[in-house]
Design a protein. Sequence first.
Length: 231
Amino acid sequence: MWVFFRTQLTVSPEKALANGRHLLRGRTVLAVAAHPDDLEWYVGGTLRRLSDEGARVHVIVASFGEKGPNLTHAGNLAETRELEQLRAARINGYAQVHFFGLPDKGVVDGPAMRQKLTQVWQSLNPDIVLTFDPVLWSLPYLHPDHQGSGRTVYEYWRSMRRESRPSLFFWQSRRPNAVVDISDTLTTKERALNQHFTQNLGRAGARNAAISSQVGHQVGIGYGESFRRLQ
């Protein structure tokens, strides 16, 4: 059971880095997350690199995370988390944040997520899409909104004609085959994470950096973020 659920790279370090470089060639990028802070925690360094290299980075945040922790005792948690996400977006260079306003812990209840995703996707026609791995997710943290939003993206991607599909990259995957070098954007990623005051993610920055260091060590770089690339 441990072997089945442990996270392990499925390709050589050289191939993983090559797949990461393919991701960074994206010009119109769509990243789909469930809550404010998901993007900055899992792929903030990659999104900053994409922005630095001239990509138009659009992100979807499906809910405002109004049922999450409220460590600053904000009067209106949904509104506060929206503002936190917008501050993080400015630091990380996102072209636009698309807030869906779906219920926290109920993102995939009903057809709204698929409908809203379709509208944004078709308006952008992205060449790279990133989201949670809905199939080979990594432990320990799982959330129905995370894997549910990834599943919605995956199902829509599969419904497209094969020749028109963008490259799809899953984060939080236990079978990654791509790594992006974020050594030069780690500090910016930490600044973006620090904006999520209600979640106290500033204090969690050291833990996030340690995870990125472990990923980087597997492929011989300082810090990395890993993905499972579908082709």
